[in-house]
Design a protein around this ligand. Structure first.
Ligand SMILES: Cc1cc2nc3c(=O)[nH]c(=O)nc-3n(C[C@H](O)[C@H](O)[C@H](O)COP(=O)(O)OP(=O)(O)OC[C@H]3O[C@@H](n4cnc5c(N)ncnc54)[C@H](O)[C@@H]3O)c2cc1C
Length: 421
């Protein structure tokens, strides 16, 4: 058991962000209670994702060209990225904000911050592995595989940007790529290799974190739906849940894509839409790469997880729902076969898809910080396609913030007040 000299911290959300926050808050001496409406690792986006830790991902989703590409791809039901528009005011506002944030100037400002956050988080994952948190962490880098000249050219440009930012990136021919993972047949033009990237098994990670936190005395309230807050003046007194009130000294909202609706009760506005994606995990794949990769044209992530192989991809931006699109799944399966000739569509027969909702903010950056309107609540949500990667650093930063310490990385740009009315 760690000490609890600072007081009681209540966290809503038991995904990677909530668990990481609990871990670092406990280290600082908080008595932590974590509330989740689901059961351990059951209800959120953190379980079936692609498990990649990505210093290579320093470009936020809101970037020049993203919106145009999404609109063009809407005509293709199997495309990797699309919008599921509805005429709600929230969605229209989100779309306008996304469009306004998709400028080169915004990307140039965001890139060094995302680099710093991802590199710091990677280091924390390594420390966790050394301290016995078993996530199946593999530090072998990431391959961006391209099967067209056009995509290869785009990836080379990104590799140059990465190098300028101090993120190592090597441009490889098809032969050089094959030499890195010689037992895998690949149909590619070439690749870019990011040696600092890593991969892990999210299910192992969540289980191990949960166990570690429990052993250290963290209290888990599973199956409790947080609906509102009890407040007095500028201060939160308790979280109201389906089973009563949970009082505390400080509070953190880490409810993934559902955080937005939860904090509306506090008159806070943290706009977010769901970026729906899927994964398919083969228990006995035809070939098992040792390095994780992204199929660049198809935007499909390929991750070895022990003896399993996971393919994750597609992003359909819209309201949160778990409706599965067979067309999107087909898109993933077809792309796998086109890059890896030893695989066939029949490999996926009987494989149950997993669906996850990425919490996507209009500027592609997470909300990490405290609101100026409330004294004792912090927000940790909106990590889109980087939540697994940014989990530990988010937890560390939030633990610093609730402990009234200076953050190890400046988070002003990530303030949850940036869309306040
Ligand atoms: C196909 C796919 C692949 C991905 N691959 C990667 C990857 O390789 N690397 C990477 O970095 N990221 C990846 N991501 C993104 C990553 O999974 C998410 O960013 C991350 O899981 C978000 O974590 P979270 O803790 O914020 O949210 P979640 O994991 O969704 O957790 C939120 C939790 O809050 C709980 N909750 C919400 N509201 C309430 C409430 N009112 N009361 C009680 N409990 C509540 C939910 O039950 C849930 O357990 C991927 C996503 C998808 C869909």
């Amino acid at each position: 058991m760690l000490g609890n000299e600072r007081g009681k911290l209540v966290i809503v959300g038991g995904g990677i962000i909530g668990l990481s926050t609990a871990y670092f808050a406990q280290e600082k001496g908080w008595d932590v209670t974590l509330i989740d409406r689901g059961q351990p690792s059951s209800d959120g986006c953190s379980l079936g994702n692609s498990g990649m830790i990505v210093p290579s991902h320093f470009i936020p989703l809101a970037a020049p060209g993203t919106m145009g590409q999404a609109i063009r791809w809407m005509k293709d039901p199997e495309s990797p990225f699309s919008l599921n528009p509805s005429l709600s005011i929230d969605m229209l506002k989100w779309g306008l904000r996304f469009f306004l944030a998709s400028t080169k100037a915004q990307v140039d400002q965001a890139a060094p911050l995302l680099r710093d956050l991802n590199l710091a988080s990677r280091e924390l994952y390594v420390k966790w592995a050394e301290s016995g948190i078993d996530s199946g962490l593999v530090q072998k880098g990431l391959l961006m595989l391209c099967n067209s000249t056009h995509m290869m050219q785009e990836e080379v440009q990104l590799a140059l940007q990465a190098q300028k930012l101090g993120v190592p990136a090597d441009v490889l021919s098809a032969e050089q790529t094959a030499a890195l993972d010689p037992s895998i047949d690949m149909q590619i033009e070439g690749s870019v290799y990011y040696p600092k990237d890593c991969h892990l098994s999210p299910d192992k990670l969540l289980q191990s974190l949960h166990k570690t936190l429990e052993l250290r005395g963290c209290k888990f309230l599973w199956g409790q739906h947080a609906t509102d807050f009890v407040t007095r003046g500028r201060s939160v007194q308790a979280v109201k849940t389906s089973q009563g009130e949970v009082t505390g000294d400080k509070f953190v909202v880490a409810g993934g894509v559902w955080s937005d609706s939860l904090v509306k009760a506090m008159r806070l506005s943290i706009p977010m839409l769901a970026g729906k994606g899927y994964s398919l995990t083969l228990p006995s794949p035809a070939q098992l790469p040792s390095i994780c990769s992204i199929l660049c044209e198809a935007k499909v992530a390929v991750t070895p997880m022990g003896s399993r192989l996971r393919f994750g991809g597609t992003m359909t931006i819209g309201k949160p729902d778990n409706v599965i699109s067979p067309e999107k799944l087909n898109g993933i399966k077809k792309s796998v076969v086109s890059y890896f000739p030893k695989f066939s569509l029949s490999d996926f027969e009987g494989i149950q898809p997993w669906v996850g909702l990425r919490p996507v903010t209009p500027d592609g950056l997470p909300y990490i910080g405290k609101s100026k309107d409330w004294d004792n609540i912090a927000i940790a949500a909106g990590h889109a396609m980087m939540g697994l990667s940014l989990g530990p650093i988010t937890g560390q930063l939030i633990a610093q913030l609730v402990s009234d310490e200076r953050t190890s990385i400046p988070v002003d740009r990530l303030t949850p007040d940036r869309y306040a009315a």
